[in-house]
Design a protein around this ligand. Sequence first.
Ligand code: NAD
Ligand code: UDP
Length: 323
Amino acid sequence: MEPRLGRKRILVTGGSGFLGSHLCDRLIAQGHDVLCVDNFFTGSKDNVRQLLDNPRFELMRHDVTFPLYVEVDEIYNLACPASPIHYQFDPVQTTKTSVHGAINMLGLAKRVKARIFQASTSEVYGDPQEHPQTEDYWGHVNPTGFRSCYDEGKRCAETLFFDYWRQHQLSIKVVRIFNTYGPRMHPNDGRVVSNFVVQALRGDPITIFGDGEQSRSFCYVDDLIEGFVRFMVSDDAATGPLNLGNPGEFTIRELAELVIDLTGSSSKLKTEPLPSDDPRQRQPDISRAKKLLGWEPATSLRDGLKPTIEYFDQLLKVGNIPG
Ligand code: NAD
Ligand code: UDP
C-alpha cells in the first residue's frame, strides 16, 4: 500500500451530515484543508460547529445536483439522505442527488485530476438472497418500489464511477457502507438506532416494525471513518467496491432489548407494520477490507451504544432536538 502523504485540499460532499461531519473532523485532525459542501437537507451546521473557526475548514451551501467548480486534490462524495424517511420524502430529488450528483462530482474529479471516493451502500444488495453479502453478489433490488430511488440511484452512481474509471482512468474508491450509528445521527431521522435510543430515553414505546426478527449489522461511526481514510490512501488499483461494516448481526428485537438495558428505560416494545421492501437480513462479509486495509471494526454494539446514548441524552436535556 502506497501512502499519499502531505497536506491536501479535500472536498467532502454531505460534510455536515452524520458521517460527513465525523469525516471532516478526522481530515482536519490529519492536517488537511477541508471544503465541506452541503445543502443542509438532512445535515446541520451544528454538526460542524467545532470546525467553523478553523482556518483550514470551509463550509459551503451547495446542492450537488448542480455543477461545482473548485480546485481540490481529493473528493469524498457523501451527499445523499440516508434514512428511508428522508430519502422517500422527495424520491425524485434522491435519485437526482445520487446520479446527477455523481456525474457532477466525477466531472469535477476528471477536470482537476482528483481521486474520488463514493459512499455507496449495502442497499445495492437489496433484500439479499445470499448471506452474508460479499462484494461479488449482484443483489436483489426492486427497481420500482419505495426504496428504489435510493437503491437504484446508488447502483447507478456505482456504474458511473466504474465507467469513469474505465473510460477516463479516474482514481476511484467505492465503499458499500452497512448500517452505521453514533453521535450526530439526526434524532428524528427515523433510523432504527436513533429511534430506539430517543424512544427509550423519553420512556416512549419502542416501535418494532414487523416481527422484529429482521436483522442488521451495526457499525460504530469511528470504526467506519477509519476504514474510509485507510481505503482512500490505498493503491490506485484498489477501486472497490469494498464492504465496510461490522459483521456482528442482531435482530431488531435484540437491538431494542439492548437499548432498554443500557438506558435503564421503562419503555415497552410496540409492534408496527413492516415498511415495504424492508430487507430481511443484512451482514457484511468484510474479508476483502481485512486483507486490503488490515481493517476491522473494534467497537462492539454495546460499547458503541454508550456514547450514542450519551449524545442523545444531552440533546434531550438541553431541548436541542433539531427540526
Ligand atoms: P446524512 O443524511 O446524515 O448525511 C447526508 C448529508 O448529505 C446531509 O448533510 C445532507 O444535508 C447532504 N445532502 C443531501 N442531499 C444533498 C445534495 N443534493 N447536495 C448537497 N448535500 C446534500 O446521512 P449519513 O448517514 O451521514 O450518510 C452519508 C452517506 O453515506 C450517504 O451517501 C449515505 O447514502 C451513505 N450511507 C450511510 C449509511 C449509514 O448507515 N449511515 C449506510 C449506507 C450508506
Ligand atoms: N425499524 C424498526 N423500528 C424503527 C425504525 C426501524 O423496527 O423505529 C426497522 C426497519 O424496519 C428495518 C431496521 O429497523 O428493518 C433498520 O431500519 P433503518 O431505517 O435504520 O435502516 P435500513 O432499513 O435502511 O437498514
